[in-house]
Design a protein around this ligand. Structure first.
Ligand code: 0X9
Ligand code: ZN
Length: 401
């Protein structure tokens, strides 16, 4: 009997773990509102809780395209709305699930870590560990923080010389679970110490692989209805100063208090231990092809805005040279939307780190969060081009002073 119960229990647990959210016949639309009424209607759809509409990019202004994923049972409704309001509409994906399946095609799922597919958390962590074994004189494995579900947030420190300590660069990736950014990690220069954390939100990242590909937030159970807070609205610098929500069921839930999430709290502690040594903090998100500058909580410009903006423009130019991929450069507040409590705002505000950028990588919404794996290497190469430019230009700009 006991055995029987255990087997039933195991089966039930197994079932609930393997039950994947599916997006069969969900459609992705690009809608461009043409007047104020159209904006109003789209905003109402965006704010309606549990309607099923999922906005991949927010409703901003007339002429600014919005990407919205629509469940099959809402498609007729949306088609009718599109007819009534003044909006340009393009159907980008017939069936979102097809795109998700395409990410996992057998030929891209060969063994171990690779650059032509999206790696799992275990594969990424094993790869980091291998690097630290294979290149033990320069690479150290770091346990940066930990998560609600008890995972360790791993990173590596790459250091070619003890003299580089005060010339450190911090790379943050995947604070948003679904934005598979396969961190751009290269030995650009031996003259910086590199702290590289490919997965800032491992609970969410794992969940987006095993259960719901469209997951963004942490996995902290803040309410009975909805799980998770937005880890990029949770940092303790002008927390709750606009562009966030108090509702656990939204994608931009800021959490009940600053640093409510174990992952952000523990990573903030780690970053603090090297904060004064950083010359750069760069975070990677997707999508939209933007190179963003702090702040997100205010439209006020940084002290070194001109310098960082000019370097950003040159970086975008370098990025475009390889494949013609176009990036826009500007502050978060002015280029996309107000957003407070981000890691980048916190680092800039607390440590006054000279170089702080946030990349929104490819694409511009054609595939959005489900960028085909064929684009990983091209994305990495062009990003690396811009990266080198950032550091060379920065070195130039300080030596010319
Ligand atoms: O909203 C965000 O958190 C980021 N965009 S995303 O579409 N990936 O969610 C941008 C945050 C950038 N914030 C700062 N650099 N301050
Ligand atoms: Zn993001």
């Amino acid at each position: 009997m006991k055995f029987f119960i255990i087997i039933v229990l195991l089966l039930t647990i197994g079932h609930s773990i393997s039950e994947k959210v599916r997006y069969d016949n969900y459609k992705l639309y690009k809608l461009t509102p043409k007047n104020v009424e159209a904006i109003q209607v789209l905003k109402e759809l965006e704010e309606a809780a549990f309607s099923g509409y999922n906005f991949w990019s927010p409703v901003l202004a007339i002429g600014m395209p919005v990407h919205v994923m629509v469940p099959p049972y809402r498609v007729n409704e949306l088609e009718n709305i599109i007819k009534i309001i003044d909006v340009d509409s393009v159907l980008l994906m017939e069936n979102v699930q097809d795109q998700i399946d395409a990410e996992d095609r057998p030929q891209t799922r060969d063994e171990g870590f690779g650059w032509t597919r999206y790696n799992t958390l275990d594969e990424i962590n094993a790869w980091l560990r291998n690097l630290s074994v294979q290149y033990s004189s320069v690479v150290t494995l770091i346990q940066g923080g930990s998560t609600h579900e008890g995972r360790i947030i791993y990173g590596v420190k790459v250091s070619y010389s003890p003299n580089n300590a005060n010339n450190s660069v911090f790379l943050e990736s995947n604070i948003h679970a679904r934005e598979c950014t396969n961190a751009v990690i290269r030995r650009i220069a031996e003259s910086y110490d590199w702290y590289v954390f490919p997965v800032f939100n491992p609970d969410g990242f794992e969940y987006s692989h095993t259960t719901d590909r469209m997951w963004r937030k942490t996995r902290y159970p803040h309410s009975i209805l909805c799980t998770g807070a937005d880890p990029n609205r949770n940092w303790d610098y002008f927390w709750n100063h606009g562009g966030t929500s108090n509702s656990p069921c939204t994608e931009i839930y800021r959490g009940p208090v600053p640093f409510s999430e174990p992952s952000t709290r523990s990573m903030a502690e780690f970053i603090s231990s090297v904060g004064d040594q950083l010359v750069a903090y760069i975070s990677f998100h997707s999508f939209s092809q933007l190179l963003l500058i702090p702040y997100g909580y205010t439209d006020e410009h940084l002290d070194n805005y001109e310098q960082i903006y000019q370097i950003g423009l040159k970086a975008a130019e370098a990025l475009a040279q390889r494949y013609g991929t176009e990036y826009r450069v500007g502050t978060v507040y002015e280029t996309i939307y107000p957003a407070s409590g981000s890691s980048a705002d916190w680092v800039k505000g607390v440590f006054n780190t000279p170089i702080v950028y946030t990349y929104e990588l490819r694409d511009q919404g054609q595939y959005g969060f489900i960028l085909p794996p064929e684009q990983i290497i091209p994305t990495a190469l062009e990003t690396l081009d811009s990266f080198i430019t950032i550091f060379l230009e920065y070195e130039n700009s300080i030596s010319n002073k």
